[in-house]
Design a protein around this ligand. Structure first.
Ligand code: NCD
Length: 306
């Protein structure tokens, strides 16, 4: 397995063996994340974020600092030369002179792939429009494995916006490499994208439904997502599906006792705060796991761990 110098554009570019190895390295990062280290001393990460972010950008930067490296970048393209009309390819060809690795978030699908074609340094996709968010999928898998002790054999439901939500696309591709049952729960308008369904067909069992109540008793993991308001071409369509699901104590009446609830965050009402103090909630643990997994990725890509 070779990770040094590699781009992370789509989770589809990775085998199960490679993903399992990343999760293994992540586990080894837990103590390092607490103590700090100088494994990446002198190395620089650039975070170029053309779309809002809290967790992804900050956790990449924190991961780099915990490994003794440093981070530069922008979270607001309007204050950079992008405002003057600089295109993505030129921005990348400039920034690669300043950094050893670039994490990019962009509203356009395909942007990360395009950037990787121009860049001499590895590109990590921190979200490409509604398409994919591969590092989120890795931290989601890591969370499931850590909390459940395994991934194989589980029944996992993804709930909410399966059409415009990029995290569920990457997660579905990744989970299709494991022996799991998948439930896709969404309003008909926000069904899982056909391209994802086609890609995972025959690899895992998939049930599509709009009824959350039907699947709650069967699942081990409930992966809840925000309706991606900003990606709707038509605001009237958004109004039709706004607030489709809200997980409350009542929703979980028939749930397994050891059901865990994940959410990539931010949540905007899909999970009632009364859930936060139950044994089901794991969405804030996921945030810590985001640092761990990104530390693993940075050390592998920059060749500090083989
Ligand atoms: C997600 C994203 O940006 O796709 N957030 C994240 O990275 N944790 C989810 C979302 O915005 O709903």
């Amino acid at each position: 397995m070779e990770f040094e110098g590699r781009d992370i554009i789509s989770i589809k570019d990775f085998t199960r063996e490679e993903i399992d190895y990343i999760l293994e390295i992540a586990e080894a990062m837990e103590p390092i994340a607490k103590k700090g280290s100088d494994m990446l001393k002198g190395r620089i990460l650039a975070t170029l974020f053309f779309e809002p972010s809290t967790r992804t950008r900050l956790s990449f930067e924190a991961a780099m600092h915990k490994l003794g490296g440093s981070a530069i970048g922008f979270a607001e393209p309007e204050i950079t030369s992008v405002r003057k009309g600089e295109n993505l390819a030129d921005t990348i060809r400039v920034v690669e002179n300043y950094a050893d690795v670039i994490a990019l978030r962009h509203p356009r699908e395909g942007a990360a792939r395009l950037a990787a074609e121009f860049a001499k340094v590895p590109i990590i996709n921190g979200g490409s429009g509604g398409e994919e968010h591969p590092t989120q999928a890795l931290l989601d898998l890591y969370t499931v494995k850590k909390e459940k002790g395994k991934i194989d054999g589980l029944s996992i439901a993804m709930v909410g916006d399966l059409r415009f939500g990029r995290t569920v696309h990457s997660l579905a591709y990744a989970l299709s490499l494991y022996h799991v049952n998948l439930y896709f729960v969404s309003p008909p308008l926000l069904r899982m994208r056909r391209e994802v369904l086609e890609a995972i067909k025959g690899k895992v069992n998939v049930v599509e439904t709009s009824s959350l109540d039907e699947v709650v008793p069967d699942v081990d993991v409930l992966y809840v997502t925000r309706i991606q308001k900003e990606r709707f071409p038509d605001p009237a369509e958004y109004m039709k599906v706004k607030g489709s699901y809200r997980i409350s104590l009542e929703t979980l009446g028939n749930a397994k006792q050891d059901l865990i609830i994940l959410h990539p965050l931010p949540r905007v009402g899909e999970i009632s705060p009364e859930i936060d103090n139950t044994s089901h909630a794991r969405y804030f643990q996921q945030v810590w796991n985001g640092i761990i997994v990104r530390m693993a990725l940075l050390t592998l890509i920059l060749g500090a761990i083989k």
